[in-house]
Design a protein around this ligand. Structure first.
Ligand SMILES: C[S@@+](CC[C@H](N)C(=O)[O-])C[C@H]1O[C@@H](n2cnc3c(N)ncnc32)[C@H](O)[C@@H]1O
Length: 190
């Protein structure tokens, strides 16, 4: 009983306070929005998807099952990480799916070609510079309910509140000759 009382504050800090402070408290994306996020990402063979703040792994599972691509979750909450890991390991796509216990701000995202997230607006604002520095050309950033302020979305689905951004070299201030639509630093997305 005493152990329980000692452990409770740790659980509260690790599962509620910490995630809320560094990226956003847990709140699952609705199934329909998950489907739309992945449809709008235009996933191709060869893509690698990363979900920032994987939660229970629903985006990872759907992406691996539907598109048969490697998926990586990053989750800071140890309890949710355990649960997500368990779900992935019991799924038929465990060979495609992993989840890391980490703060995504500390993880190099240069291997990702599709990044999904549902986080706080403050986290979305802070991630912008990280995406510009690390993501390869052509990578898609798909956000639920949070625009990346200062970028113009390639697509905004107002019905499900999904934003898609495509990374181009020009979006980082370089010149690629690539005229695909993409984020334009300095311009507001809405
Ligand atoms: C709003 S939930 C989204 C969960 C899942 N991606 C979904 O769409 O259903 C945000 C998740 O991000 C995690 N999180 C918040 N900040 C984080 C950080 N800096 N690094 C890793 N995970 C983080 C939280 O613990 C929580 O599970």
């Amino acid at each position: 009983m005493r152990l329980l009382w000692l452990g409770l504050p740790l659980v509260i800090v690790g599962s509620i306070v910490l995630p809320a402070m560094v990226g956003g408290a847990y709140s699952p994306t609705r199934s329909r929005a998950v489907r739309k996020m992945l449809e709008h990402a235009r996933i191709q063979p060869g893509d690698v998807l990363v979900d920032l703040g994987a939660g229970d792994g629903r985006i990872l599972l759907h992406a691996a099952r539907q598109y048969r691509i490697p998926v990586v979750g990053i989750e800071i909450d140890p309890l949710r990480w355990c649960y997500c890991r368990l779900r992935l390991s019991l799924s038929g796509v465990r060979h495609l799916a992993t989840v890391r216990l980490a703060n995504f701000f500390d993880v190099d995202l240069s291997f990702a070609t599709v990044v999904t997230f549902y986080l706080s607006q403050a986290a979305a604002d802070k991630l912008k510079a990280k995406f510009e520095a690390e993501l390869p050309d052509g990578a898609r950033v798909v956000s639920y309910r949070r625009p990346i302020r200062g970028w113009i979305p390639t697509l905004h689905d107002p019905e499900d509140d999904v934003y898609v951004y495509t990374i181009t070299r020009t979006s980082r201030g370089g010149s690629s000759g690539d005229d695909r639509p993409g984020p334009s630093p300095g311009e507001e997305s809405r």
